[in-house]
Design a protein around this ligand. Structure first.
Ligand SMILES: CO[C@H]1[C@H](O)[C@@H](O)[C@H](O)O[C@@H]1C(=O)O
Length: 698
């Protein structure tokens, strides 16, 4: 399977002039054997693997040399750095440079730690994979955020919640005896983009993984990942003291419960000395939590934080709190609960907040909690897996979506207090800064199902390391490394990828519409869905009626908008001024509301759905043109998926428009293709509902 190697393909370079320049400048690898610990060893191995792949059997200069290691481990590097007066003051900062004299080049790959050297190797190989010049080579970078963590929503049964790329990577049955070789490739892929942590289990998991029999398995994974600088974390079910410990309470202030957790944590550290800590979903969607005992989130988080602190661990306590009893607009719950607790959390207790207040919608305004807890470290939780963006069937490159959140100005400390700067600790200075991403990797042969979906794993890591990188740059790198460097290939795929998020929004939930999926899964449309509890139904969210459409979250409605800082409220409370991408998120407006384009809202809605469909049709043509220019296998897979995506886009458009038209009672604009069938057809269409299919739990 061509996709297995992800972006670490290291195919031999075909372009002669580039190859010649590399061959004459990249000499023998010189690595001091002293203190060659496992991390430096894997760094050296990766470098060899990369160079022998990229440079093939071509003869490398015997005058040039390539030094790799840290100053403390390699005296030659120490000498060069001293001469240049180079010091490192940042954790895991790497430095890669070339010093060329006539026909002799010295390349140095070094950094502030062994781990930094490994990151430097990957940066150097990326440089070569993307055909950048060696002359003037100078790469220096340090992560802006300390913890860059994948969250796997993997169950011990190996099903993965909200993902369709196969079963869980973790083969619990064979662990700890058998280490699947692909665990190492997983670690390489993660380390290559700077990911340094992985939560192995689902936030909805039971407590079994905390049983010693499982901790032993976890330890085997931790041992495998350690050389790559990846720490393992687990989810901690709050009621574990009852289920595993046989106690009759999980009250976080009960000394017996506290002792149980202290002992459990100490036990884990015996197996995994560098265990990262816990991720916890509590008092949300039925998960147990401290509120049952009249305690709050801070009480719960601090109990675990105190147990972890002596060992250097952290607890990531999720702000995704979603009650079974509806007290107010769900949009408001996290802000209400967590702003009250600001100042109460321990330094190693982090509040992990989803990018938006509802739930990973195709486009969601940033969460009002960002910037609203000056004394609490907040982690940003992104979703790499495409729960609401077409699963692993639809092509959607998510860096542009994440950039919107990162760039969003919260105004917490005046203008420029972007979400990115809240998260990296520069708005309020915080330790333990964290970026989390819900993983899309499974045991599909190519890891992610849709070949382009791997770009989201890549982009997550790159942005977690450096949130200032542009979507364009990340796409460009990824395409060159994953496919090839031909400009037609790079341009065509980049154009599709960069447009794709907006396109998916256009044909599914444009203009601020959200949560209008069909009952029981999060794949296809069901704007008519109106059963069970109100906030599980689509009609609760779109609120279409004869007067108009949209959710009034201003002062005249739920005033969820009032949770944002005043500068934001001022901009967004006026339907004429709000960014139209969020219009129906915050406002209920008339079908005849005049949009920036001059069209009425109804017409704009129709035209937007149609544009989404048309875009996918264009991609089919453009992708066709790549035939023969990339490998046949991946070409065929994407081509096939695009046909399905196009059919799905038409279904979304037709289902939504024929339903909304029952309220708007206005004709379709002439330039769109009207739905082929009547509404009943879409309502009864059960394609997405295959009993027993993984999508059932979507
Ligand atoms: C892991 O549970 C998920 C649940 O499947 C998902 O539909 C919801 O959106 O979010 C939950 C969460 O983030 O906790």
């Amino acid at each position: 399977e061509d996709g297995y190697r992800l972006w670490l393909r290291y195919e031999s370079i075909q372009k002669q002039e580039i190859l010649d320049s590399y061959l004459s400048n990249i000499g023998t690898v010189d690595i001091a054997q002293k203190d060659l610990n496992p991390t430096l060893r894997v760094a050296a191995d990766e470098l060899q693997k990369g160079l022998s792949g990229l440079l093939g059997s071509g003869e490398r200069s015997n005058k040039s040399r390539l030094l790799i290691g840290t100053a403390s481990q390699n005296p030659k590097i120490a000498k060069i750095l001293e001469k240049q007066n180079t010091n490192f003051d940042q954790k895991d900062e790497y430095l890669v440079f070339a010093d060329s004299k006539s026909k002799q080049t010295t390349i140095v790959i070094t950094g502030s730690s062994d781990q930094a050297v490994l990151y430097g190797v990957f940066a150097f190989l990326r440089h070569l994979q993307t055909h950048q010049p060696i002359e003037g080579l100078s790469l220096r970078s340090a992560p802006r955020v300390e913890n860059r963590i994948l969250n796997h929503w993997d169950n011990l049964t190996r099903t993965i919640e909200r993902s369709m790329s196969g079963a869980s990577l973790w083969n619990w049955f064979d662990l700890p005896y058998y280490i699947e070789p692909y665990y190492i490739d997983y670690a390489r892929a993660c380390a290559s983009v700077g990911i340094n942590g992985t939560v192995l289990t689902n936030v909805n998991a039971n407590s079994t993984v905390l049983h010693p029999q499982f901790i032993e398995k976890v330890a085997a994974l931790a041992d495998t990942f350690r050389p790559y600088g990846i720490r393992v974390y687990l989810t901690a079910r709050f009621s574990a003291p009852i289920e595993l410990g046989g106690l009759d309470s999980a009250d976080p202030l009960d000394p017996v419960v506290i002792k149980w957790w202290n002992d459990k944590v100490a036990e884990i550290y015996e197996y995994v000395p560098d265990f990262g800590g816990f991720l916890v979903k509590a008092n949300s969607e039925g998960q147990p939590g401290p509120q049952k005992y009249g305690r709050d989130h801070a009480d719960g988080a601090n109990m675990l934080a105190d147990a972890l602190a002596p060992h250097g661990g952290i607890v990531m306590w999720r702000a995704f709190v979603y009650d079974f009893e509806i007290k107010e607009d769900r949009h408001k719950q996290a802000y209400t609960e967590f702003t009250n607790l600001d100042g109460r959390f321990r330094e190693n207790a982090i509040v992990q907040t989803k990018n938006g207040a509802i739930d990973f919608m195709p486009r969601e305004p940033y969460h009002p909690l960002f910037g609203a807890t000056p004394e609490t470290t907040q982690a940003l939780e992104l979703q790499i897996t495409q729960e609401y963006l077409g699963g692993d069937v639809h092509l959607a490159y998510l860096a542009p979506m994440w950039r919107e959140v990162l760039n969003a100005d919260t105004f917490a400390q005046g203008k420029g207090s972007t979400v990115a700067k809240v998260i990296d600790g520069s708005v309020f200075s915080h330790k333990n800064t964290t970026f989390a991403g819900v993983s899309n990797a499974g045991n599909e042969r190519n890891w992610t199902g849709h070949p382009i979906a791997a770009s989201n794993w890549y982009a997550f890591g790159r942005l977690a390391w450096d949130h200032t990188l542009s979507s364009e740059q990340i796409a460009d790198e990824w395409i060159r490394m994953t496919f090839n460097n031909q400009s037609e290939v790079v341009d065509t795929i980049a154009n599709i990828m960069l447009a794709s998020h907006q396109t998916v929004v256009d044909y599914s939930m444009p203009l601020g519409l959200h949560h209008i999926m069909a009952e029981g899964h999060h794949y296809g449309p069901g704007p008519w869905f109106d059963q069970g509890r109100p906030d599980w139904t689509s009609v609760y969210y779109h609120r279409a009626d004869e007067a108009g459409i949209g959710f009034d979250r201003t002062e005249s409605g739920t005033n969820a908008l009032g949770q944002y800082f005043p500068e934001r409220v001022a901009k967004w409370s006026d339907p004429e001024q709000i960014d139209e991408r969020y219009l129906l998120w915050f406002h209920h407006v008339s079908w005849d509301f005049e949009m920036d384009s001059g069209e009425t809202l109804w017409n704009e809605l129709c035209l937007t759905y149609q544009r989404g469909v048309n875009d996918v049709a264009k991609w089919i043509q453009e992708w066709d043109g790549l035939s023969g220019k990339i490998d046949a296998q991946r070409h065929a897979r994407v081509a096939a998926m695009l046909i399905r995506q196009h059919a799905d886009a038409i279904f979304w458009k037709d289902a939504c428009l024929s339903y909304f038209q029952t309220f708007s009672k206005r004709p379709y604009p002439k330039s769109i293709t009207p739905p082929e069938n009547d509404l009943e057809h879409y309502k009864n269409f059960k394609l997405y509902h295959v009993p027993g299919h993984p999508a059932e739990q979507w």
